[in-house]
Design a protein. Structure first.
Length: 339
């Protein structure tokens, strides 16, 4: 029987590596839809100023992990979890198969949150949520530049990721319009003084800011895109990127009958409502109601869980003292970030 980990992001791979160090004789298998390898997701928002990003973002290939003794099934889709039989139903290379597990850890990560008002425009929207997303945007950018035009982007959402992407695109020489539905940028993380400074930094980078405004329409026009705001049309744009937050991937857990809310609900030991199934990372909703979707707490969750499974941890997991940080070119907050 194996310990199976679903997800190859920071939480899943850190758990696999730490558990392998502590219990080298234990069989550990990672199931993932990814095919590129284990990559640094935070680097996605800085994927436009570096020509080598598609190589540098890869922290470890799946073959490297296999050489360490960790099995990785890449490019597969988990269809269902049979908790009674301790079986996972997979689709791999067009073939269905089952895989037994002794312990299961869910680290499926999150997907881009699409507000209901944007559902009708899904075909016109792009995201920066995965390496495939970034590769697609970089290819589009290359196509625009091949016609001797400057790429022009509309970026919807002025939170942490939206501001990072807008800044990186502007630094790469692209034209950027950032639209945010609130009167100040990064309102969840920054005090007013720093939000004002961030606004100045982005304006100095040549970014057009439309604050306290909401998008009504996204439409294609002559091979480009336009955005409608209260009857005013903005554009044309090479692409429209939506960055309005994230949504924990809970569908698999929910279909397996596990307790879910915003995320997959776990107790202070990172256990789901099934004692043989754990959850961690930005899909796990902790007992305090929070989802800790940042590098430091996710890494600590994974390391703690490895020690717990190995019988070396007797105290429940507790979130570390941390603050989120925006990696916007030329900006440093002067006041503490909000949690």
């Amino acid at each position: 029987m194996e310990t199976v980990i679903i997800g190859s992001g920071l939480g899943g791979i850190t758990l696999a590596e730490e558990l392998h160090k502590l219990m080298p004789a234990r069989s550990i298998r990672v199931l993932t839809q990814e095919t590129h390898g284990y990559y640094a997701r935070p680097m996605l928002s800085h994927g436009f100023t570096r020509d080598d990003i598609e190589e540098k973002i890869i922290l470890k290939s799946f073959d490297t992990l296999r050489a360490l003794g960790i099995e990785v099934d890449a490019g597969c889709t988990v269809k269902a979890i049979d908790r009674e039989q301790h079986l996972i139903h997979l689709l791999e290379n067009g073939q269905e198969r089952t895989l037994p597990y002794e312990l299961l850890a869910l680290a499926p990560g999150s997907e881009a949150f699409v507000p209901p008002s944007f559902q009708a425009f899904m075909a016109q929207l792009r995201f920066v949520n995965s390496l495939d997303d970034l590769i697609g945007l970089r290819r589009l950018r290359e196509q625009v530049m091949a016609t001797d035009n400057t790429p022009s982007w509309a970026l919807i959402g002025g939170g942490l990721i939206g501001c990072e992407v807008a800044s990186d695109m502007a630094r790469a020489g692209d034209a950027v319009t950032l639209i945010h539905a609130f009167p100040k940028l990064m309102e969840r993380q920054l005090e007013d003084e720093d939000a004002t400074q961030l606004e100045k930094v982005l304006l100095d980078q040549g970014i057009t800011l439309r604050l306290n405004e909401s998008v009504d329409t996204v439409q294609g026009v002559d091979g480009a895109l336009e955005i409608g705001i209260k009857g005013e049309l903005l554009g044309p744009f090479s692409g429209v990127i939506l960055s309005t937050g994230f949504k924990p991937r809970t569908d698999l857990a929910q279909s397996a009958g596990l307790r879910t809310n915003r995320g997959i609900c776990v107790d202070e030991w990172l256990r789901t409502s099934d004692p043989d199934i754990f959850a961690l990372g930005d899909a796990a909703e902790c007992e305090d109601g929070n989802i800790y979707a940042y590098v430091l707490p996710v890494r600590q969750q994974a390391s703690w869980l490895a020690r717990y499974i190995a019988g070396q941890e007797t105290k429940p997991w507790a979130p570390p003292d941390f603050k989120p940080r925006a990696k916007v070119h030329g900006f440093t907050a002067t006041l503490p970030y909000k949690n």
